[in-house]
Design a protein around this ligand. Sequence first.
Ligand SMILES: NC(=O)c1ccc[n+]([C@@H]2O[C@H](COP(=O)([O-])OP(=O)(O)OC[C@H]3O[C@@H](n4cnc5c(N)ncnc54)[C@H](OP(=O)(O)O)[C@@H]3O)[C@@H](O)[C@H]2O)c1
Length: 269
Amino acid sequence: MSEFAAKYGPWALITGASEGTGAEFARQLAKKGLNLILVARREGPLAALADEIGKASAVKVITATIDLAKKDAATRIVEAAASCEVGLVIANAGADTNGSLFLDRDIAGWEALVAMNVSTTMRMVHHFGQGMRARGRGGMILVGSGSCYGGLNGMGVYCGSKAFVMNLAEGLWAEFRHYGIDVLNLILGRTDTPAHRKILEESGQPVDMTGMASPVDVARIGLEQLPHGPIYNWGQSNDVAGYAPNSPDARRERILMIEKMSSAYAGKK
Ligand SMILES: NC(=O)c1ccc[n+]([C@@H]2O[C@H](COP(=O)([O-])OP(=O)(O)OC[C@H]3O[C@@H](n4cnc5c(N)ncnc54)[C@H](OP(=O)(O)O)[C@@H]3O)[C@@H](O)[C@H]2O)c1
């Protein structure tokens, strides 16, 4: 058994596992010998990934089609993982697909985003944290976004939900390190995922992924950084304040500086 599997195995649960960063976490964890519980809404891509991993390794794979924005999501995840000792949780799904300014979208769209990123995430880590604490080992990667550092045009709810994730991760890191559980908020910048390409297409922007992070690198570096929480800011060393301005003037400046790009994501160029 690898050192990694001894610390974080035998099962890893990954949300948003059917493509992009989630699928890459799955492939790389299978190579490390962890069994996998793969969660997303679409059965087809999940089954294809399970098949691919099954052919390439000897690990066990369970797929679970669950909508993380639904009220019963966490309960269904717990049921799907009932027979498994989950030593690693990767809360990966969490992009905003609303692509809209706040008032131009029905409130249900914003509530769904909050349910996925706030309630379901919190319930999952509460449940699986119990087993990890009892065993005295484990890990959690909460995938975040640089948008957690302040509200942005067309992204207020997304930014707020990712700020919750960051603060939750920091709080859990402070508590869980005493139980032998590593917690990391893996804060990403722009990344070349299918979901991101779709958002660009739908908002009428050019699909130019030049210079963006790749899911392969995100998964590799995310797993490497897991013991070094609470935060890893993509592409930055840990002694750099980076995206986190504090004064009201600096925050206002940041919002206005990023406004053009964030408006484009809401289809308002
Ligand atoms: N891509 C970027 O540029 C970027 C930048 C900063 C941060 N991030 C963060 O990185 C993470 C991954 O982002 P991403 O671009 O790959 O998009 P994403 O939509 O968060 O992830 C795509 C994966 O999540 C699943 N998924 C989406 N909504 C779901 C739901 N309601 N219930 C269950 N599964 C769901 C998708 O499969 P199904 O469609 O089958 O459900 C797919 O497997 C997110 O937390 C995002 O906030 C991404």
